[in-house]
Design a protein. Structure first.
Length: 222
């Protein structure tokens, strides 16, 4: 994703889907064929899609909105539109649960991903990236700098905290009354990501969750 131009989405959803065993690649193929450009046409920004390294039946993705006020109209345009109508049954058939969703806002004025709605997605023919992302989720709600990320060759890309406004599109549940702080970091390879995570878990309590993420072929975050 370009870091030189664009804007921050004021609202971001971190979506974790639990899938039926062995069906993740099926969902990703469908998702990246049908649901990328069609969501952006509806006014939603697609930030990135990922496989979870240690959970073969989980799919994680990020999408953003200009603000809370525009979110329900954008979601209604997509979920009430023709693409979702045609493919929703196939998508839903792969899922056990799609309600593990954190509704987030940037922790400060410059801490969000820089995005550009309409920027072309990778075609999927590019060489796979070796980079690995970690999403560090603290349920204390207090964002704090994790120097260990840089110690292991990583770079923190974005910081978010929970958006406390009520969910204004109740057709899609989110985890409400959660006080989370989330950072996203990128590492050049899985070894450095694993070393960083091992260091972090030595000093973190059970209120900390880390997702080890491999970008899909058409993810803008690659």
């Amino acid at each position: 994703m370009s870091e030189a131009a664009g804007m921050q989405c004021a609202i971001v959803e971190l979506r974790q889907y639990t899938l039926h065993p062995g069906r993740r690649d099926e969902l990703i193929e469908l998702f990246e064929r049908e649901f990328l450009e069609s969501q952006e046409t509806a006014g939603i920004t697609l930030i990135g899609q990922f496989r979870v390294i240690d959970d073969a039946d989980r799919f994680v993705w990020l999408r953003g909105f200009t603000d809370m006020e525009s979110r329900p109209d954008a979601l209604a345009a997509f979920y009430g539109g023709p693409v979702w109508a045609v493919h929703r049954d196939a998508a839903n058939a792969t899922m056990v649960d799609s309600d593990n969703v954190l509704l987030l806002r940037p922790a400060n004025a410059s801490s969000g991903f820089v995005t550009s709605n309409g920027e072309p997605f990778p075609t999927g023919d590019e060489e796979p990236s070796e980079r690995v992302y970690i999403a560090g989720i603290s349920y204390s709600g207090e964002p704090s700098r994790d120097d260990a990320v840089e110690d292991f060759g990583g770079r923190i890309l974005a910081w978010y905290v929970s958006e406390q406004s009520p969910n204004n599109y109740p057709r899609l549940p989110v985890r409400e009354r959660v006080n989370a702080a989330v950072w996203f970091a990128v590492f050049p390879n899985v070894e450095k990501a694993e070393a960083c995570l091992a260091s972090l878990t030595l000093v973190r309590s059970n209120i900390f969750e880390a997702l080890r993420l491999i970008p899909t072929l058409r993810s803008r975050l690659r």
